[in-house]
Write a protein that binds this ligand. Structure first.
Ligand SMILES: NC(=O)c1ccc[n+]([C@@H]2O[C@H](COP(=O)([O-])OP(=O)(O)OC[C@H]3O[C@@H](n4cnc5c(N)ncnc54)[C@H](OP(=O)(O)O)[C@@H]3O)[C@@H](O)[C@H]2O)c1
Length: 337
């Protein structure tokens, strides 16, 4: 097949391009080249998709499938306008963030989406979900349901996760700041569902080859947070013990949720967000999504993190050693009082 990847210089798009090439397809990637390089063996077309005519060159060729990872509605609106006449199918990587509510557990693809962003560009990261909803609407409007495939991933993980959200826990178990003890949020019912990026890519490529259409959630197997930590401990081959800290206490000490510096990754306080990582993936499973065991994902994510230079680990999710030690000491003191 002739596959056009809009993206291909970053994590997921790069893996899709590399995977498609490995499966014998002819792959062209369109990006600025700022995020990185495209995989060797794929054709690179440099373009800034903020320009109206960015896709002029590739819209003079025919494509069996286009894969787009964009998040700016204007980029997707222009892509479907220019490529609908020359492309068989349009595959869009959306996000579970496009849903209007993240409260319900087990919600399927029929759940309501956020209102679609009218503007061509997000004004702030808070617009991400409605921007993805707008991108989806543009794809469906131009290609229709039969010629489009929209994937709504939840949290992606595995080797190369640039956010560090999925390699933090196995890394922390492998390198406790304090002998034998790891600070964790006390969140026994918090759902987690890390989808190995390699499983997503393998499934998307098979879906493209088989001409799958429609809209599908894609998440990992649901695990409560303590089970996720247990898998991280096994992945690290560690005997360190998780020391649960009350959520309110962590908040008082300025520890952030979910991601970013000084965070405890994957932790969510607001129960109205518990559904985000607990969506129905029945449709994707019926469509051939195969999930590897979580411990394999976490072991490979850890190995990848260990291979990185320290400079590449700046600004990643998690607590630095000194913070972790200080917080564990403060928690012990609190228990003594
Ligand atoms: N990580 C998660 O847990 C998660 C969860 C749900 C959904 N997702 C979705 O998964 C996808 C991740 O994709 P990714 O890792 O490949 O990419 P990404 O980090 O979102 O990067 C975006 C890609 O688009 C290109 N791009 C950005 N601005 C551009 C412009 N003005 N002109 C041309 N190209 C431009 C970038 O290349 P250049 O900078 O080189 O131009 C890059 O290749 C996204 O769609 C994201 O929304 C992720």
């Amino acid at each position: 097949m002739r596959i056009l990847v809009l993206g291909g210089t970053a994590w997921l798009g790069g893996l899709i391009a590399a995977g498609a090439l490995e499966r014998g397809h002819e792959v062209t990637c369109v990006a600025r080249g700022e995020a990185g390089e495209v995989p060797a063996g794929t054709r690179f077309v440099g373009a800034d998709r903020e320009q109206d005519d960015a896709l002029a060159a590739v819209s003079r060729e025919r494509w069996d499938a286009v894969v787009d990872v964009a998040r700016q509605p204007g980029q997707v609106r222009r892509a479907v306008r220019d490529l609908e006449p020359v492309a068989g199918r349009f595959v869009f990587v959306s996000s579970c963030s496009a849903y209007a509510s993240q409260a319900e557990l087990g919600a399927d693809e029929d759940a309501a989406l956020l209102p679609a962003l009218v503007a061509d560009r997000m004004a702030s990261p808070e617009d991400y979900g409605s921007a993805k909803a707008a991108c989806e609407a543009a794809v469906l409007g131009a290609f229709g349901r039969e010629r489009s495939f929209i994937v709504r991933p939840g949290l992606l993980g595995g080797p190369g996760d640039p956010s560090g959200r999925t390699d933090y826990w196995p890394w922390r178990f492998a390198h406790p700041a304090e002998q034998g003890r790891i600070l964790v949020p006390d969140a026994p019912d918090l759902p987690t569902a890390v989808l190995d990026v390699r499983d997503l890519v393998a499934w998307m490529l098979r879906a493209i080859e088989d001409g799958l259409s429609g809209v599908c959630n894609a998440q990992g197997r649901p695990e409560a947070f303590p089970a996720h930590l247990a898998a991280a401990r096994v992945a690290a081959g560690s005997d360190a013990l998780p020391i649960p800290a009350p959520e309110a206490w962590l908040q008082e000490h300025g520890v952030a949720e979910w991601a970013g510096p000084r965070s405890l990754p994957l932790w969510l306080v607001d129960r109205d967000w518990y559904g985000m990582n607990a969506r129905s993936i029945d449709r994707a499973l019926a469509g051939g999504l195969e999930l590897r065991p979580l411990v394999d994902t976490l072991r490979d994510a850890l190995a990848h993190r260990e291979s990185l230079e320290p400079s590449a680990l700046r600004d990643r999710a998690g607590l630095a050693d000194a913070d972790e030690s200080g917080l564990l000491a403060a928690l012990e003191e609190r228990a003594r009082d």
